[in-house]
Design a protein. Structure first.
Length: 367
C-alpha cells in the first residue's frame, strides 16, 4: 500500500456561523458526555494514488458519502480518544498525545488502513484545539477530542478500501460518570466475549464496540454501570471493561492488571498509572487474574480495591461486581485510598497542577 508519510498542510476555513457565545456558555452549565460539539473539525483525505491530501480545518458539518462506502458494509473504522485541558494558569494542554498518534497507526495496520504521519495527526489535533480553544471548559471539564478514520470508497468487493477520510471532532465534556467519585457497579457477562486471540481486541476500532454493546445492555438491565469481559478461550481470565482497563489492589499494597497480549486495548491511562504507581514505590504485576480469584480474594480480604481506567472516565473505583447467580462488594462498596491517590496523582498532572516529572503534558501554543 502506497503510504504518504509526508506531513500534510491544513487549509484554514473558519466557520462562518459559530455558536453564539451566550449559547455556548449556557450549554456549558450542564455538560454531559459527547452530546455537544465545537464549531470546527479537521479533515484529511487519502487515496491510493495521492496518499494523504486536502487537509483542512473547516466548519463541522455532515459528510456526503456514497451508500456503498465500504465503512458502511465492512466496518473499516478506527478512532482515538483524548482530551485538551485548561490549566489553572490558563494554558491549554494535551496529555501524551504522541501515544494516541502511535496507537492510531497500530490500529490502522491491524485494520489494513493507511497510516498517517504522527506529526500530521498531532497537527490536526493542535490546529483544531487552537481554533476552538474557547470550547475547552474550565474547572472539572475538558474538551474531548475524537480523531477517527473510515473507508469511504464506493465498492462492495471485499478487500481493503482505496479511499479514506481522517477527521477530528471535539466535544466539551463534564465528568463521565455523573455523581463524580461514586464507585461503579459492573456486570461480569457469561454469554459474551469481547476479543479473541488473533482478533482485533488491541485495535481501537468501532467494530469492537459494536460487538460489546449487547453485553453493555445486559449490564444495564442488571442494574450495572459497565460490563467486564473474560477471555474468549477459557472464559476464566479478567480482561477489561467495554472501554476501560482494570486494576486490582492487593492487601500487600501491590497492584495487579491483566497483561497486554492482543486481546486487551493498550490504554494510555493504564500505562500512565503503572508508571505513577511504580514512582510511588508500589509493585505492579501485569499478570493474568481469574474471575474466581477476584471473587475469592474479595471475600477473604486479600483484595482491597479494584478500579477501572480510561481517558473518558479517568479512574473509577469498582464497588460491586455482579455475575449470573451472585454478587460481591469490594472495600465495602467504597472507592479505596490507593484508587483515590492514583486518580489524584494523574489528574493533577493532566491539569498542570503538579510536577510533570515524565513530561507528559504538551502545551498548545497560542491559546
Ligand atoms: C480506549 C479504550 C481504553 C482506554 O484507553 P485510554 O488510552 O486509557 O483512554 C480501554 N479499553 C478499550 C476497549 C478502549 O477502547
Amino acid at each position: 500500500m502506497a503510504v504518504n508519510t509526508a506531513s500534510v498542510e491544513f487549509a484554514l476555513n473558519p466557520n462562518a456561523n459559530p455558536m453564539p457565545e451566550a449559547d455556548r456558555l449556557k450549554a456549558f452549565e450542564n455538560l454531559g458526555f459527547g452530546t455537544l460539539f465545537s464549531d470546527h473539525m479537521a479533515v484529511i483525505r487519502w487515496n491510493a494514488d495521492r496518499g494523504w491530501h486536502d487537509g483542512e480545518i473547516t466548519a463541522r458539518a455532515p459528510f456526503a458519502i456514497d451508500p456503498a462506502a465500504s465503512v458502511l458494509h465492512y466496518a473499516q473504522e478506527i478512532f482515538e480518544g483524548m482530551k485538551a485541558y485548561r490549566t489553572a494558569d490558563g494554558r491549554a494542554v494535551l496529555f501524551r498525545p504522541e501515544e494516541n498518534a502511535r496507537r492510531f497507526n497500530e490500529s490502522a495496520r491491524r485494520m489494513a488502513m493507511p497510516e498517517i504521519a504522527e506529526e500530521t495527526f498531532l497537527e490536526a489535533i493542535e490546529k483544531l484545539v487552537q481554533i476552538d480553544a474557547k470550547w475547552i471548559p474550565e474547572g472539572e471539564g475538558s474538551l474531548y477530542l475524537r480523531p477517527f478514520m473510515f473507508a469511504s470508497e464506493a465498492f462492495l468487493g471485499v478487500r481493503p478500501a482505496k479511499d479514506y477520510i481522517f477527521c477530528v471532532i471535539a466535544s466539551p465534556v463534564g465528568p463521565y460518570f455523573k455523581g463524580g467519585a461514586k464507585p461503579i457497579t459492573i456486570w461480569s457477562t457469561e454469554k459474551f466475549t469481547r476479543a479473541a486471540p488473533g482478533g482485533t481486541g488491541a485495535a481501537k476500532c468501532g467494530g469492537n464496540y459494536a460487538a460489546s454493546l449487547i453485553a453493555q445492555a445486559e449490564a444495564q438491565a442488571q442494574g450495572c454501570d459497565q460490563v467486564v469481559f473474560l477471555d474468549a478461550a477459557e472464559h476464566k481470565w479478567v480482561e477489561e471493561l467495554g472501554g476501560m482497563n482494570v486494576f486490582f489492589v492487593m492487601d500487600d499494597g501491590s497492584l495487579v492488571t491483566p497483561p497486554l497480549g492482543g486481546t486487551i486495548l493498550p490504554g494510555i491511562t493504564r500505562k500512565s498509572l503503572i508508571t505513577l504507581a511504580r514512582d510511588k514505590g508500589l509493585t505492579v504485576h501485569e499478570r493474568p487474574y481469574s474471575f474466581e480469584d477476584w471473587k475469592a480474594d474479595a471475600a477473604s480480604g486479600k483484595l482491597k480495591e479494584a478500579f477501572a481506567c480510561g481517558t473518558a472516565a479517568v479512574v473509577a473505583g469498582i464497588g460491586t461486581v455482579k455475575f449470573p447467580g451472585g454478587a460481591f462488594t469490594i472495600n465495602g462498596g467504597e472507592t479505596g485510598p490507593v484508587t483515590q491517590t492514583l486518580r489524584e496523582a494523574l489528574v493533577s498532572i493532566q491539569r498542570g497542577q503538579s510536577n510533570d516529572a515524565h513530561a507528559w503534558v504538551k502545551p498548545i501554543s497560542g491559546v
